[in-house]
Design a protein around this ligand. Structure first.
Ligand code: DX5
Ligand code: ZN
Length: 227
């Protein structure tokens, strides 16, 4: 199974969010990535539960809420109630990560833990068996349209090997700076979910841009089967 594309609505046109999401869905998106920022953990302020609820209403795809907020425990239930199927929290702010991961699962969502580019994989060592997925930031969080930090590709490869060695089903998501041009290199690390914001919604054809990425991933997966 190849990786899926997770369009980040951060770069969408919020005045026509529904149709932007439908375009990405028609292009073959695997899930919808929602970037939640609080102006504290990251400088930017973006989306909250109200918009998440609106996203939930317009798509059948899993809704993936990436919480870039301090005190994430306070908001887990609210995002789950708003319709998030996946909720991820940063290890840099979740002081009681085991409790937070348990709370996400309790609320009925898949639990993800997120690492900033400079946060070592070792930060996962105790929580890895309990996380449904790990999100590796390939840019410093806060804004769309940044350039992928190449060192994170090796980190993704090492995480893949670690998860496989332990025989875990933990999925890997990567987020930030992914383009059609670097998609091969990103997919080659063995990640399962690839977030793309500006590469999809920064174009005037979100459907075509999603489709191009999905097709490229399918071709890569096909090559892998033949090899
Ligand atoms: C960054 C966000 C990303 C971002 C990705 O803080 O977590 O999801 O929107 O956008 P691009 O693909 O433009 O880097
Ligand atoms: Zn994100």
């Amino acid at each position: 199974m190849g990786a899926v594309i997770a369009p980040s609505i951060l770069s969408a046109d919020f005045a026509r969010l529904g149709s932007d999401i439908k375009d990405a869905e028609a292009g073959g998106a695997g899930l919808i990535h929602v970037d939640v920022m609080d102006g504290h953990f990251v400088p930017n302020i973006t989306i909250g539960p109200a918009v998440t609820r609106a996203v939930r209403r317009v798509t059948q795809l899993p809704v993936d809420c990436h919480l870039m907020i301090e005190e994430p425990d306070r908001y887990v239930d609210e995002f789950a109630k708003a319709g998030a199927d996946m909720i991820s929290v940063h290890v840099e702010v979740a002081r009681h990560l085991d409790r937070t991961v348990a709370a996400i699962k309790e609320a009925g969502a898949k639990a993800g833990v997120v690492l900033n580019p400079a946060t070592p994989l070792e930060a996962l060592s105790e929580i890895l068996p309990f996380a449904d997925f790990v999100l590796l930031m390939s840019v410093n969080p806060g804004f769309g349209g940044q350039t992928l930090i190449p060192a994170v590709l090796d980190k993704a490869r090492r995480l893949r090997a670690w998860i496989d060695r332990l025989g875990l089903a933990t999925r890997i998501e990567i987020d930030g700076g992914v383009t059609l041009e670097n998609l091969d290199a990103v997919a080659a690390t063995g990640v399962d979910m690839i977030v793309a914001g500006s590469a999809i919604f920064g174009t005037d054809d979100a459907r075509g841009a999603t489709q191009a990425m999905v097709r490229k991933l399918a071709a890569i997966a096909e090559q892998g089967r033949r090899a």
